[in-house]
Write a protein that binds this ligand. Sequence first.
Ligand code: AMP
Ligand code: GLY
Length: 437
Amino acid sequence: MALWHFMLNFALMNILLIGSGGRESAIAWSLSQSPELGELFIAPGNPGTLAYGNNVSVDWRQFVAMKDFCMNNRIDMVIVGPEEPLCKGLGDQFAADEDLASILFIGPSAKGAQLEGSKDFAKYFMMQHNIPTAAYRTFNANELEAAVDYLATVDGPYVLKADGLAAGKGVVILDTLAEAQQEMRSMLGDAKFGAASSRVVVEEFLAGMEFSVFAVTDGKSAVILPEAKDYKRIGEGDQGPNTGGMGAVSPVPLFDEAMQKQVMSRIIEPTIEGLAKDGLPYKGFLFFGLIDVEGEAMVIEYNCRMGDPETEVVMARLDEDFLPILRDAGNGKLTNRVARQSKQSAATVMMVSEGYPGSYPKGLPILGLDQASEHAIVFQAGTTLKDEELCTAGGRVLCVTGVGDDMASALGKAYQAVASITFDGANHRKDIGQDIL
Ligand code: AMP
Ligand code: GLY
């Protein structure tokens, strides 16, 4: 028994990681350092992930091909990076398939993924389980006039959220009643975000500093990963349109021991208990988008995945093997604890294409990565190889991640590396981390 147990614990694991961005690059980077890793496959990955494993073109939407791939390559664990496969039920497909059911699947069922996939579901869940969040009301498409009238009874700023997934664009915050009512007509009446805005959540506006906390859960217990703060707007001083994220830092000073205790007891534990009580199977990542309202942490949003670019700094500061945490989540063997974190600070600066988050060119040669790597870890995101030459292929191109003894040093290294990288029209924010220095 003891020997068998020993062998089981130390069997190398073959892992399939789904995704292609900076987040997946950082997860692959971390897993590639695990002594317990067998083969790592990234589907589809990007040129940067070739340094950590094998890129494979199998598409999660083609279930038969996905199944064949997992069987042929003796995959032991599947880790899902983005939310879409989870919201569309990939976890349920694996669980329902006799041949795949023994594979550890890191990501919730479609029902669990509704914490991210439906704002109304998440708000109702939080209300049911007494988890601190902004007051809200939800309106359906046939309640447009009631929604418009309701807005007139509350104070601004007005927070309107499309219920469903809207590629990060579904939240609109407006100062005046007239704008808010017009936006409501466009979301609910004219289906501005398609089916995603067939229901709209109106929320009380909260003011405070935002930060993100990440946990890996097996549905009963959780391991808390390093926290992070991201920078969403394209422009310095948080101006201009929202993006997927222009940078991130970790640690976040306001997440001190007292705040950590508060978040665990009032938010993380009730969330996991709530999932169990409501019969929502959940093994995977929980991303808590939080706001500090005068010392009280409140939930702005849940995601069923890691953040991007938060993962880049979280992985840089995780000071233990990530693989066993994920394996234990898949096996239902986690115990409540905080993962070991490096005392160092990490900062990631996103280099983006000219025009992003609007339209942008692709296929531009990227130079200077070797020199940059002397100062920072460069996680690739929107990149491709064209005749062996590294070129841009997306809006967010590179996540340049500095690690140092304090935040100033981490930022210094990241920006030093950014300075040595060039591609036509490259853009980045120069004020990442300034607000917490
Ligand atoms: P979400 O997609 O729900 O994270 O919302 C996107 C962004 O909108 C958040 O990161 C916040 O900056 C902002 N936001 C969302 N809800 C609220 C709220 N109730 N009060 C103030 N800001 C909010
Ligand atoms: N950076 C924010 C997110 O991943 O949702």
